[in-house]
Each structure stands twice: as C-alpha cells, then as structure tokens.
Design a protein. Structure first.
Ligand code: NAP
Length: 286
C-alpha cells in the first residue's frame, strides 16, 4: 500500500490588494469636511499631501507646511484647483524658525479645528555613527510639532467646537527592522505615539480627539530617495514581501485612515494608535 504524503505548500493565495482595487476610497473622499480647515505639518508631499487632497475633496480647506519653498508652492497650486489652500515654509529642525510658524498660524489660521502632524523623514544610519547634531534633529522635529500643536490647540479651545488631531508615527517605533538602522527615528516616533495618548487624555474635556496612524513602508519621496533608481524594483519587491498583504503602501492607503480619524465618523475614537501597515504588526513574512 503506498503512502500518500500530502505536501502542504505554503502557497500564496494572492488576493489582489492593489490600491486601485480598494473599495471604499470614494467613501473616504466624501468625508464631510465642509467649513473645516486642516493644518498639515509636512503636507507638501506624501501622506500629508494626500490627506490635504481628501480634506479638500470633502469640502474643507488646508494649510500645508514643508521645507522646500518651491515644492510647497507647487503643492499649494495643485490643491487650489479643488479648494482653498495656503502654504507655510520652514525647516522645523531649526528651532529659530518655529516661532514664526506659530505666529502665522495663530494670526491667520486660528479657526482650524483639524491638525495632522506628518513631518518626518526616515534617515538610516548606524547607531555607532550618530553624532549629537544628527540625534538632536529627531528631537528638534518633535519639539517643533509639540509647540505648533500647542498653538493650534489654543485656537481649537478658543473656537469652542473641539477638534481632531492625527499624528503620523511609524512601525519603526514598535519593532526593529534590520533593512536599515534607525535608532534616532525610533526615538522620534516613540515620542509621537506617547504624546498621542497623553494629549488624548488632557484634551478630551475640550472635545479634541488625538489619534495616531502607524504606517509600515509607504511609497513616498523619502522612501524612494533612500535607494538608487535602478534598485527600486528590487527594493520594492524586498519590502513588499515583508508585508503580509504582499505590497508596500501608497500615500492614499494612509491618508484614508487619517481622513477618517479627522472626520466626525471617528467621534468615539481618541488615544488610538492605529496600524495602517499591510499587516506588519500582526506578523512579518520575513
Ligand atoms: N514613507 C514611509 O515609508 C513611512 C513609513 C512610516 C512612517 N512615515 C512617516 O510618515 C510621515 C509622512 O512621510 P511621507 O513618507 O509622506 O514623506 P514626504 O512625502 O517626504 O513628506 C514629508 C513632509 O514633511 C516635510 N518635512 C520633512 N522634514 C521636515 C523638516 N525637518 N522640517 C519641515 N518639514 C519637514 C516635508 O517637506 P520637504 O519635502 O520640503 O522636506 C514634507 O512636506 C513622516 O512623519 C514619516 O516619518 C513614513
């Protein structure tokens, strides 16, 4: 009698989870942001810019910040095709530039009741090669967003109608990933996650909700900059296979969740740290 061995192969039953196939994006685009203004710190590209587009599509307006003035101008121009948008340029790791941003926000945009803290960049460097200035740049960015948030919250409290804040964290604050050393980035994003919970409690009496999204690898300019063009396919595939859904994210994948958290549809959510990561925090394929 022959023994029939069953070989269980770990087959990839590959559901097509490409971004274009995602149902529901239109729903997110139709969040009701009529009469609402969002301030997006780091909104001139990537997830911040995609969120600005969605808020405008929902009838709101957007103030975006960025470092590069030309890029910022182009982003504002693109947004104004669909609604009102303003730009503020500043290097936020330079603490001398932060007061002017706060003053402009207080003087011209105190009516904003939505805020997204999206500025950040993944810069891999070996722990042993950090100098103090490089380490400080991560903390300076958090310091800037801390005090800018304080300014925006003052406007929300004065407005008396509450508000919603969404911070963009990163899976790199939850787990180490060997593909690129990231100690300073983890310190920064760990701070973002912690601040989210602290402010959720402190601002709840003012009806201001504070949540965070936690992306894994997303195809945006900083991601692309890390790797030479000719390696991109390989790199994308390498990163893609790390994610249980089999692909890296798009800015819209993350913006969909940010817009939801900004909207009144998330009115019972505060202090949440939401993984938007293709399943990485559930378990990695490699
Ligand atoms: N892409 C990913 O794989 C990934 C994964 C997890 C988390 N994240 C986080 O998600 C957030 C959005 O990133 P993204 O991928 O959408 O990047 P992005 O397209 O480069 O957008 C980053 C934005 O922040 C601004 N910014 C960056 N550093 C700044 C600084 N020092 N001072 C002032 N503005 C600054 C950028 O302006 P300029 O372009 O002018 O510098 C830009 O507007 C970041 O916090 C990032 O750390 C990204």
């Amino acid at each position: 009698m022959s023994v029939v061995r069953r070989h269980w192969r770990r087959e990839r039953v590959a559901p097509d989870l490409s971004a274009s196939q995602h149902q529901g994006r239109d729903d997110f685009m139709n969040q009701d942001f009529a009469g609402r203004k969002v301030i997006i710190i780091g909104g001139s590209s990537g997830m911040g810019f995609a969120t600005a587009q969605q808020v405008l599509a929902g009838g709101g307006s957007a103030v975006i910040t960025g470092r590069n003035p030309d890029k910022l101008r182009a982003a504002v121009e693109a947004l104004t095709q669909n609604g009102k948008a303003w730009g503020i340029a500043a290097e936020l790791t330079d603490r001398l530039q932060v007061p002017a941003v706060r003053q402009q926000l207080a003087a011209e945009h105190a009516d904003a009741n939505l805020l997204v803290n999206a500025a950040g960049i993944f810069l891999p460097r070996a722990f042993s090669e950090y100098d103090e200035a490089f380490y400080d740049s991560f903390n300076e960015l958090n310091r800037a967003m801390f005090f800018i948030t304080q300014t925006v919250v003052a406007g929300m409290v004065a407005g008396g109608e509450g508000g919603s804040i969404v911070n963009i964290g990163a899976v790199w604050a939850h787990q180490g990933i060997a593909a690129g050393p990231h100690a300073g980035y983890s310190v920064q994003k760990g701070g973002v996650h912690s601040l989210t919970k602290a402010l959720a409690i402190e601002l709840a009496p003012h009806a201001i909700r504070v949540n965070a999204v936690v992306p894994a690898a997303v195809k945006t300019p900083p991601y692309l900059r890390q790797f030479p063009e000719e390696d991109l396919g390989l790199t994308e595939n390498t990163f893609a296979s790390m994610h249980p859904v089999g692909r890296i994210g798009t800015p819209e994948d993350v913006a969909n969740m940010v817009s939801f958290l900004l909207s009144n549809k998330a009115s019972w959510m505060t202090g949440a740290i939401v993984d938007v990561d293709g399943g990485v925090m559930a378990g990695r394929n490699q």
